[in-house]
Design a binder for this molecule. Structure first.
Ligand code: LMR
Length: 398
């Protein structure tokens, strides 16, 4: 049966990591997948995570299954981080959370839920967006549409075009928004624009679904949630897919969440009961360890403070590298103005390099970045910045 199958293309992001590993060149640089590196090119386990794990190892009593939606305590800490402890949504219990295998697991459950319960709804994704978004929603059988998001000429948010497109969406459709640190563009709406989007989404009767994978890697833990919280008016419904891969460095633990906010606690419970079927028929129940680490850190004042400190250091290193990147490109004689990179938020720089230039960087210089020109700034180090900028300058010179 398999003889006639065609070879599938490699994944546009994770496939690059495989290709990078197989590249024998010793001076190669991987700036593809969004993984944080410290200045020694390592992806360390956070100290707060190690301390929490030591405690868990001592105290853990069972490896028995979690419930279908995972740990209730984990759900509570997720909601407090998303909305704030005193938020009406948290207090009124009209938000319910499923612990999911990474943010991707949450997105896929959300997709199955939408397709099963609202089969006529299409989903609107930003253009551009994370490469896997389209694939996830298509795989679930949902019609995928796009709205303009990025102005490639002015390297800014295409806010007016975005609004114009969303104003023409049918009631009952779903719109996916990146809560902060838009992947790949690094361009987020400002608060005024978020407020206008919240009104538009409500007036058009759209269901917003937030992909929140970078909380704390933009302007701060609270600041990064402000846009999304503007949608959380009394009675509003929304879904939030969040992840601790990046802000806790827990990539391979696959720890994420899907939070469903209903108009009332009763509506949220009914929707959640449906969502549990989507989970049960997908991965049954989530892995426990990552969620236990998150709960242990966020419920302990000292560990939490240590996490905030470590997250702040990550952010500062990334932003420092953004500035240095722009400076060193200039020093290499690059004429184009790359200062827009310092205005982008999160891990990525949407460089504006073309697919042809990206291919030349890989083939000639062993530098791996995503085909869209997205560079993982969190992978730039003091040791690789000069060869990186020299290679980009040479490719730009043609
Ligand atoms: C990325 O965008 O690089 C990350 O979210 C990792 C992934 O799974 O694609």
């Amino acid at each position: 049966m398999f003889d006639h199958l065609e070879m599938a293309p490699p994944d546009s992001i994770l496939g690059l990591t495989e290709a990078f590993k197989n590249d024998p060149r010793t001076n190669k640089i991987n700036l593809g997948v969004g993984v944080y590196k410290d200045d020694n090119n390592d992806t360390p386990v956070l100290a707060c995570v190690k301390r929490a794990e030591e405690r868990l190892l001592r105290e853990e009593k069972t490896k028995s299954y979690l419930a279908i939606p995972g740990s209730a305590e984990y759900g509570a800490v997720v909601r407090e981080l998303l909305f704030g402890v005193h938020h009406e949504i948290v207090q009124s219990k009209r938000a319910v959370t499923a612990q999911t295998p990474g943010g991707t697991g949450g997105l896929r459950v959300a997709a199955d839920f939408i397709h099963k319960l609202f089969p006529k709804s299409a989903i609107w994704l930003s253009e551009p967006t994370w490469d896997n978004h389209k694939a996830i929603f298509k795989a679930a059988g949902i019609e995928v549409r796009t709205y303009p998001y990025y102005d490639y000429t002015h390297r800014s948010l295409a806010f007016d075009s975005m609004v114009a497109a969303l104003e023409n969406t049918p009631e009952g459709d779903v719109v996916l928004l990146h809560a902060c640190c838009h992947n790949p563009s690094g361009m987020d709406p400002n608060l005024e624009q978020w407020a206008a989007l919240a009104v538009l989404v409500r007036e058009r009767g759209l269901l917003p679904i937030f992909d929140f994978a970078y909380q704390g890697l933009g302007d701060g833990l609270e600041e990064d949630a402000e846009g999304m919280r503007l949608f959380c008016t009394p009675g509003a419904e929304l879904l939030v897919c969040s992840s601790f891969s990046k802000n806790f460095g827990l990539y391979n633990e696959r720890v994420g969440a899907l939070t469903i906010v209903g108009a009332s606690a009763d509506a949220a419970d009914r929707a959640f009961s449906q969502m549990k079927i989507c989970i049960r028929t997908n991965y049954s129940n989530p892995p426990a360890h990552g969620g236990a680490v998150i709960t242990a850190v966020l419920r302990d004042a000292e560990l939490r403070a240590q996490w905030v400190q470590e997250l702040t250091e990550m952010c500062q290193r990334i932003n420092g590298m953004r500035r240095l990147f722009v400076e060193r490109l200039q020093a290499q004689g690059v004429k184009e103005d790359f200062s827009f990179i310092t205005r982008q938020k999160g891990m990525f720089s949407f460089s504006g390099l073309t697919l042809e230039q990206v291919t030349r960087l890989r083939e000639t210089h062993g530098i791996y970045i995503v085909g869209s020109g997205r560079i993982n700034v969190a992978g730039i180090t003091s040791a690789n910045i000069e060869p990186l900028c020299a290679a980009i300058a040479s490719v730009l010179r043609g």
